[in-house]
Ligand binder design. Structure first.
Ligand code: ATR
Length: 277
């Protein structure tokens, strides 16, 4: 008697209880009538490699990776996509039938798809993009903006040296400005992206002066808890097009799901609701 395998996937992080990915993937599996499971895995740093090497033997076809392991998994993977190499982190693992582990980073893809959904009029080849923050999320955003053909990317970060280091890694592709000059840059930008954790529930608000925001700009925040950060509220009042961060979480999950479970899921209102449940 033969048993066809039911594909298993999950998300690896620590802590992991807050992750929205299990609800989202579970919703897609159910709504598409697919067989499969997607589970949260709280994995300590010291166990990361052992867990990742064990999962394929247990029937796992892949996994998402989140904080704090996105950089560490790069050392474990056998093959890494160019975009993950450029960002220096991976969020999606594929366990291939030949036993190799492939790592990809779909954050930048998720960011751009969310922007295209929420601001269909946004025209990448014109105007400046201002990116606030220079952490891992900013790297993914900048890689995807450069890829989309944005002619000028301005980067500002509280710790300037971190922004400069990022610029070096990206071949001096961006213009770094001081955090205290963010207000000027904000006024001139066609697209404003907050990649810092400021505005998130439990964190202070983004304190950059926001009075320069005006109609015609697109403003997006990677923060999705709450959906309307102080930046997005102020931008909305100023007549900007606003895009919240939840869609990025949904879109970045699409390539992994499609690869593991064999069908492309849709990012729609039901998926948003499932991720927030
Ligand atoms: P992620 O990988 O999610 O981007 P990270 O690498 O910890 O997370 O980066 C967090 C970003 O938020 C950084 O740009 C950080 O600025 P610093 O490089 O100066 O630390 C920014 N950030 C966090 N708290 C901040 C605060 N209170 N004021 C300004 N920026 C802040």
């Amino acid at each position: 008697m033969t048993h066809d395998r039911i594909p298993l996937a999950g998300v690896i992080g620590s802590p992991i209880a807050h992750s929205r990915s299990p609800q989202l993937h579970g919703h897609w599996l159910r709504s598409m009538g697919l067989r499969g499971f997607y589970v949260p895995m709280d994995v300590a740093h010291g166990d990361l490699e052992r867990v990742i090497r064990t999962l394929p033997r247990m029937g796992f076809v892949g996994a998402n990776v989140t904080v704090p392991h996105k950089e560490s998994v790069m050392r474990i993977a056998d093959k890494i996509t160019d975009r993950a190499t450029l960002i220096g982190a991976a969020n999606t693992l594929i366990f291939r039938s030949d036993g190799t582990i492939h790592a990809d980073n779909t954050d930048g893809y998720g960011f751009i798809e969310n922007l295209r959904d929420g601001a269909p009029d946004w025209d990448a080849p014109t105007g400046t993009a201002l990116v606030l923050g220079a952490g891992g999320a900013a790297r993914a955003v900048i890689a995807s903006l450069a890829d989309a053909g944005v002619p000028e990317i301005v980067l500002t970060n509280r710790t300037r040296v971190r922004a400069e280091r990022l610029n070096e890694d990206f071949g001096q592709r961006v213009r770094v400005v001081d955090w205290v000059q963010a207000a000027n840059a904000l006024e001139e930008a066609a697209l404003v992206v907050n990649t810092t954790s400021l505005g998130m529930t439990g964190q202070p608000d983004l304190r950059v002066p926001l009075d320069g925001l005006h109609k015609g700009q697109v403003v997006t925040d990677l923060v999705y808890n709450p959906l309307k950060t102080n930046l997005l509220q102020k931008a909305k009042q100023a007549g900007c097009t606003t895009v919240d961060g939840l869609g990025m979480l949904l879109h970045q999950a699409v390539p992994g799901f499609e690869r593991w479970f064999g069908a492309r899921p849709v990012v729609d209102a039901a998926a948003r609701e499932a991720a927030l449940a």
